[in-house]
Design a protein around this ligand. Structure first.
Ligand code: AMP
Length: 122
């Protein structure tokens, strides 16, 4: 974890999952990400993908190295593939900040699939 990580980010539930303090049912993991089921699913398949490096949200992506940022995106694609979503498709959502509906201050991507999703979102 970076020394200048904000306290709320460093103490968030996802920071504890990324560091292994809190175990999860891992769907996919590599050097850059951990993916696990959302505790409150809103679709038949609802997986969260978090980077192992601790940052608040996508607006801070420049805090990651290019390899870490690419690893995060690759982890999203790999997770969708592992979940069998390659044929039917899926949606990736990164809620950001208050108006974006972000409730956990640690970068995470929602992967939603397994049913027809509507647009626009609420
Ligand atoms: P967001 O509202 O975009 O910040 O998404 C946070 C998501 O994390 C919500 O969908 C929650 O249901 C989910 N969540 C919170 N705590 C946990 C947990 N311990 N394990 C899995 N999902 C969680």
């Amino acid at each position: 974890m970076e020394a200048d990580t904000p306290p709320d980010v460093a103490s968030s539930i996802f920071a504890k999952i990324a560091s292994g303090q809190i175990p999860v049912q891992t769907v996919y993991e590599d050097d850059f990400v951990i993916a696990f089921p959302d505790i409150t699913p809103v679709a038949p398949i609802h997986i969260l993908v978090i980077p192992k490096v601790c940052i608040r949200d996508i607006s801070c992506i420049s805090q990651l190295t290019p390899a870490e940022a690419a690893g995060f995106l690759n982890g999203i694609a790999k997770t969708a593939d592992v979940c069998g979503l390659g044929v039917g498709g899926f949606r990736t959502v990164m809620n950001t900040g208050v108006e974006g509906g972000q409730t956990v201050p640690y970068l995470h991507a929602h992967i939603l699939g397994g049913r027809q999703l509507s647009w626009p979102p609420g």
